[in-house]
Design a protein around this ligand. Structure first.
Ligand code: PHE
Length: 341
């Protein structure tokens, strides 16, 4: 064994140790490395140390010095590895690198129908209509009876409504308190008039339910905007003006509107309002002067007050404005569709 060989063995041992210790990730690996390099009996440094005696006498001091240097390098590599393990286990839980860019949360959008509802409220608000709400689960009194819809009217047919069983009892659609999902927002007219004295100028927007087969223009749940204006001398000309102002505001000043005579049990006279869409007249709602019988049913004096009411289809308005041709698209929850709004 000559001194050069001795030194080069120490060199490669120390750099082996440094490399191996730099990559330990747990205390078991650290301890194994410590034993391997610095073990008192069979450690690799010890093995080299045992050959010190074979060096020439004059090389021994240099050999001893190099041995100490190597020992020093391995010791500091062990210390560094110990410190690194301690800091990483001190911050328990997931390791976070605060310098990495974050993940931007995915922001959703307001559904097009909700956007439409907000827009309609804004337009009607400017025309002086306050917003009120009503329940979606209704009784036959508010959905039919008070609206002058007699028991034998086809609109009350159980096949055309979602009647609800209450407490397991048999549904009796002729009872005033039978429950159903409201089929129209006209229920809110009654609720408001029952609780407020005229003048009344409100709109109410919300869901209505009818057991219709879903197709491009029908869906078993849709939204209506109900309007009601009661005062001392409200007339039909005002009804037409309000609907016209509303339609031009929402659909643009070049929209074409027409009023057709119609019939509703709770208005007299009654009209249906249409707008022109791709050369076809499409109904966007019904309206009329509130029937005196309805005013009387809620305790108003038909001799003193009059008023008009209207009920417009929210989906249809939204579809016309945004050129949506299939109502089902609004409820498919396909993000590619919804992202366009
Ligand atoms: N409620 C009627 C419907 O759903 C619309 C309407 C409302 C008609 C108010 C007249 C007055 O068809």
């Amino acid at each position: 064994m000559n001194i050069d060989e001795f030194i080069s063995q120490l060199e490669s041992l120390a750099s082996d140790a440094e490399q191996q210790l730099a990559s330990v990730t747990d205390s078991d690996a650290l301890e194994a490395a410590r034993v391997e390099f610095m073990g008192a009996r069979n450690g690799r440094l010890k093995d080299i140390q045992k050959t010190l005696g074979q060096l020439a006498k004059e090389d021994k001091p240099q050999g001893g010095k190099k041995l100490n240097e190597a020992k020093q390098r391995i010791t500091s590599a062990i210390e560094n590895a110990t410190a690194a393990l301690e800091t990483s286990s001190a911050s328990s839980g997931p390791q976070v690198d605060p310098t990495l860019p974050g993940i931007r949360p995915h922001l959703g959008r307001v559904h097009p129908i909700t956007q439409t509802i907000e827009h309609l409220k804004e337009i009607m608000g400017k025309l002086g209509f306050a917003v009120v709400e009503g329940p979606e689960v209704e009784d036959t009194w508010h959905n039919f009876v008070a609206l002058n819809i007699p028991e034998d009217h086809p609109a009350r047919d159980p096949l055309d409504n979602f009647y609800l069983t209450v407490a397991g009892q048999q549904v009796d659609p002729s009872a005033h308190n039978a429950r159903l999902l409201r089929s129209q927002t006209s229920t809110v007219q009654i609720r408001v008039m029952e609780n407020t004295q005229p003048p009344v100028r409100i709109i109410s927007l919300g869901r209505v339910y009818r057991p219709d087969e879903a197709d491009a223009t029908h869906f078993p749940m849709f939204h209506q905007m109900e309007g009601l204006w009661i005062d001392e001398a409200v007339n039909m000309a005002q009804l037409k003006s309000v609907l016209r102002m509303f339609a031009t505001n929402y659909l643009g000043s070049n929209v074409k509107i027409r009023f057709r005579p119609s019939f509703f049990p709770f208005t007299e006279p009654s009209v249906e309002a249409d707008f022109l869409w791709n050369d076809t007249w499409v109904e966007f709602g019904g309206a009329g002067m509130v029937d005196p019988k309805v005013l009387a049913a809620v305790g108003y004096d038909p001799e003193k007050v009059s008023g008009f009411a209207f009920g417009l289809g929210v989906e249809r308005l939204c579809m016309r404005r945004h050129e949506v041709s299939d109502i089902r698209d609004l409820y498919r929850n396909d993000a590619r569709f919804l992202h366009q709004f």
